[in-house]
Every structure is written in structure tokens, then in C-alpha cells.
Ligand binder design. Structure first.
Ligand code: NAD
Length: 486
């Protein structure tokens, strides 16, 4: 089957050149809306990875010597070029990933904002001078780029997951080899092209695709690589962190979550239902910070359920290229199969189906925004990240019970609350076990804010000054100089 829209095939980007893999192998790229073949992506072999590593080593030697101001100027140029390509990049992203065009455009523009922010932040990378115990001693704390980075990014935000790592690494003075998402490669490749067109020297940024396990084993173990950054699932994150540990590499892990949402009796229910519905079903729920386990005070449960279901049923599911579409298909067949199995299991355990619960077409990976009520804790979906368009609505009576349920799982990425009570907000801020808490709105994932999890959701952060810090090492220089006697 073919698709009428033009879709570019993706190659590997190694040492400033686009090229095929050494064995000429390619993988197909599918359109999740109708399962048609869009094009292909080149598959890297170990020899290609070695070339990318050699280039990254040379690129690092060059790039680390550029001043922060020069690096910032290049990043700003890349951001500007990328912004000017919004329409094309968004169209390509919608074709390969499925999300509605407006969301793809938002992702492209947010990426430009991220590049600009890191460009500026890196100019404020300061060391410090620590007062010495003796007059003839000076103690300097210096910040230096950690070295070549191996980064791994998934298909749910093909551009944004990549740009957070690329922009922070480049701003800090590191080179980076990115293993992009094989299922959604072309928008990520267009992003890399923008850096190339802005004048980034060869070797500073490389892009490879292929067999994820082969690539991660090869790159992480290689002595050239000094830091590993991964966004994806917890099981894979644990494997990669263990491998990085064997080779003593610095690691940032941005993994899955199962975000609790506490809706208190005093919340503005209509507003909460509207905002939560948007946040839940954006990107068809394939977001690590998507609100998932709704804990609603028993006294307002029925009212909230009615408002939330009514918002949900207004959403139209379809082709992301159509302006009328609010929710696109799931991104791949694995997600559809997982969601169908999780919903069936929840219903077998006694959950009530309040909306959705079915595929939207016989072809493609469309799945209706789904609301389940009174979902028992024994259901798999209350314990495993659904990563799809399913909201789980349960009730609580005491705030402490809600907090205990919110903290029950080994995940700790995002959490949400809706309440007008300052003391409840303070109690949740103290008690919630998550890397991020957003109250009465959805204010996460701006470039200037830390973005990351605790517990099994990972460590390190992908935003704010802390993200830049993770691409820097600390060097102490303690100098003694003879006192001047004349
Ligand atoms: P998966 O575990 O197979 O893969 C997740 C990501 O890791 C993909 O991008 C994949 O290419 C990559 N990957 C897999 N094995 C790898 C390896 N050995 N080395 C390097 N990279 C590897 O899961 P999936 O089916 O693609 O996605 C489903 C699950 O992944 C979701 O349930 C969710 O938990 C998680 N996920 C999380 C995020 C996030 O933003 N944190 C994004 C995408 C997927």
C-alpha cells in the first residue's frame, strides 16, 4: 500500500554526511493511521557505529574549544532554521507518529524554544572559587563538558525527546551520538538537518538507527562515550543503567510513570475535568507524565465522572492530518495490543466501562478515548503503565488514603492535584513521591523547569539548570604559589 503524501526516507548521519548503513539494510516506516508503508529508515551496522564514535571523538575535541558564546550563536541559528521549517516537520511527524497536526506543530515550536533556552543557559555555566585555608592557595572549581554522549530516544515525541538531549549536550560543549526512534525517524532526522544547516561541525552530532539492543551495547560500552541518556521504558532503562554502571558512565534516565491525580471535594470540577481530559488524551495518552490514576473525593465522584465523560465524548478520533481530529491513532501495533489487553483485564476484574473501550477502525491503530470507573487495585492497569488513552477513575475518602494510593507504585514521575486548599497543597507537596507535582493546572515540561522522576521512574532531569549540569563534570584545581617577598 502507498500513501500519496511525500515522506522522506531516513539515512544515518555520520561525520557530517547522510549515508546508508554499511550493509544497505533498511527498516520499513508505517503510517499508524492506516498501516500503509510511508518509506524506510537506514539500519546501522557495528562498522557504522564505529565511524560515528570516531567522528564524535574528533567532534568533541573541536566543539569543546568553542566558547559558550559561539556555541550559543550556532544553537540560536539552528532554532531559527528549525522554526522556519515547522509546517514540513509537523506534517512528517503526523504521518509517522499519528498525533494531530496542531500537536505536532506545538512540538516543533517547543523544540525551537528548548534549543534557544539551552543556548542561553550554557553562557551562564560558572565555576566558583572556594576560600582557601592558607593565603598562598587558590581553589578553583571548574565546569567542563563531560565528553561524547550516547543518547536514546523513543517514538512518542520524536523531536522533543531528542532535542532535550541534543540541545543540552551541544550547549555544554559535548558531542552526541543519538539513536533515534526507528518507528518515527524522519522528523528526528529533519531536526538533525537543521543543526547541520546552521553550521555545526562534522562529528559533533551523529544520528543512527537500527537494532536498539545492538546499538546501545556497542555505544555504551565504547570508551569514547562518557555519558548515557535514555528516555523509554523502565525495563530497558534498568538494562542500560546496569550496562553504563559496568563501564562507569554518567547516566540520565527518563522512564515511565503512572501519574496519580487527586481531585479534592473543593476543586473546581468543571475546570479540572476540562484540563485533565486534554492532558489525558493528548498524543493518545502516550506520554510518560499523562494523568492516569484519578483519585476523586467520594462526595464529588459522580459529578466529576459526569463532567469528565462528557468532555471525553466530545473528542474526535481520526487521521492526525485532518483539522477536525483531536486524538490520533496509537503509534504502533504493540500499543494497540497492550491497551486492548489491559482494558479487557480491567473489565474482567470488575472495572466499569464509562466510555470508549473499543478500536475506532478495523485498519490502523485508532483506539477510542476510554474511561474506566471503580477499577480494582488487582487489575493490571492499576499497576502497569498503560501508555495509552485510558483514564482510571476511583474514589477516596481521606486525603491520607489518596496519598498512600498515589505513592503505592514503584513509579514516581508526575503527579497532579486539584484543590483550593493551601494546606492540602502543602501536605501533598511534602508527601507525594514524585519528581514533579502540578496543582490546578498542567505546568510541566517547560525548558526552564526540571523534568524527571524518582524511584523507578529514573534519575537526573531533562530540563532547567540541572539538565545542563548533567552534561558537565566538576574539576577542582588547587594552586599554591610562593608568597611574594620583595
Ligand atoms: P520498549 O521498552 O520496547 O522501548 C522503549 C524505547 O526504548 C523505544 O524507543 C526503543 O527503541 C528503545 N529500546 C528498546 N530496547 C532498547 C535497548 N536494548 N537499547 C536501547 N534502546 C532500546 O517499549 P515500546 O513498546 O517502544 O514502548 C512502550 C513502553 O515504553 C511504554 O509502556 C512506556 O513505559 C515506555 N516509553 C516511555 C517513554 C517516555 O517518555 N518515558 C517513551 C516511550 C515509551
Amino acid at each position: 500500500m502507498t500513501t500519496p503524501q511525500h515522506y522522506p526516507d531516513s539515512l544515518l548521519f555520520i561525520d557530517g554526511q547522510w549515508r546508508s548503513g554499511a550493509a544497505g539494510r533498511v527498516l520499513p516506516v508505517l503510517n499508524p493511521f492506516d498501516e500503509s508503508t510511508l518509506g524506510s529508515v537506514a539500519h546501522a551496522e557495528p562498522a557504522d557505529l564505529d565511524d560515528a564514535l570516531t567522528a564524535a571523538q574528533r567532534g568533541f575535541a573541536l566543539w569543546r574549544r568553542e566558547s559558550a558564546q559561539q556555541r550559543a550563536a550556532l544553537l540560536h541559528r539552528a532554532a531559527e532554521l528549525w522554526r522556519s521549517r515547522t509546517a514540513e516537520a509537523a506534517r512528517v511527524m503526523t504521518l509517522e507518529q499519528g498525533k494531530p497536526l496542531a500537536q505536532a506543530q506545538g512540538e516543533v515550536l517547543a523544540a525551537a524554544d528548548i534549543i534557544d533556552w539551552f543556548a542561553e543557559e550554557a553562557r551562564r555555566t560558572y565555576g566558583r572559587i572556594v576560600p582557601a585555608r592558607a593565603e598562598s592557595v587558590r581553589q578553583l572549581v571548574l565546569k567542563e563538558p563531560v565528553g561524547p554522549v550516547a543518547a536514546f530516544t523513543p517514538w512518542n515525541f520524536p523531536v522533543n525527546q531528542a532535542v532535550r538531549k541534543i540541545a543540552a549536550a551541544l550547549a555544554a560543549g559535548c558531542s552526541i551520538v543519538l539513536k533515534g526512534p526507528e518507528e518515527t525517524p524522519a522528523s528526528c532526522a529533519l531536526l538533525v538537518q537543521a543543526f547541520h544547516d546552521a553550521g555545526l561541525p562534522p562529528g559533533v552530532l551523529g544520528l543512527v538507527f537500527g537494532t536498539p539492543a545492538m546499538i546501545s551495547q556497542h555505544l555504551i560500552a565504547h570508551p569514547v562515550i562518557r555519558k548515557v541518556s535514555f528516555t523509554g521504558s523502565i525495563p530497558v532503562g534498568k538494562q542500560l543503567a546496569a550496562l553504563a554502571g559496568q563501564h562507569m558512565k554518567r547516566v540520565t534516565m527518563e522512564l515511565g510513570g503512572h501519574a496519580p491525580v487527586i481531585v479534592c471535594a473543593d476543586a473546581d470540577l468543571e475546570r479540572a475535568a476540562k484540563l485533565l481530559c486534554v492532558a489525558k488524551f493528548r498524543n493518545a495518552g502516550q506520554i510518560c507524565i499523562a494523568p492516569t490514576r484519578f483519585l476523586i473525593h467520594a462526595s464529588v465522584y459522580d459529578a466529576f465522572v459526569a463532567a469528565f465523560v462528557s468532555e471525553t465524548e466530545r473528542l474526535s478520533v481520526g487521521n492526525g492530518l485532518s483539522a477536525a481530529t483531536d486524538v490520533g491513532p496509537l503509534a504502533n501495533a504493540r500499543r494497540l495490543a497492550d491497551i486492548e489487553a489491559l482494558v479487557a483485564d480491567a473489565r474482567e476484574h470488575g472495572a466499569r466501562l464509562l466510555s470508549g473501550g473499543t478500536r475506532t477502525a478495523s485498519q490502523g491503530y485508532g483506539y477510542a478515548p476510554t474511561v474506566l470507573g471503580d477499577v480494582p487495585l488487582t487489575a493490571r492497569i492499576m499497576n502497569e503503565e498503560p501508555f495509552g488513552p485510558v483514564a482510571l477513575l476511583n474514589r477516596y475518602t481521606l486525603l491520607n488514603e489518596a496519598l498512600a494510593e498515589a505513592n503505592r507504585l514503584p513509579f514516581g514521575l508526575a503527579a497532579y492535584a486539584y484543590t483550593r486548599s493551601a494546606s492540602v497543597i502543602a501536605a501533598l507537596s511534602r508527601g507525594i513521591e514524585s519528581g514533579m507535582l502540578s496543582v490546578n493546572h498542567h505546568g510541566l515540561s517547560l525548558p526552564e523547569l526540571p523534568f524527571g522522576g524518582i524511584k523507578e521512574s529514573g534519575y537526573g532531569t531533562e530540563g532547567g539548570a540541572e539538565a545542563l549540569e548533567s552534561y558537565l563534570t566538576t574539576k577542582l584545581v588547587s594552586e599554591y604559589s610562593e608568597p611574594v617577598t620583595e
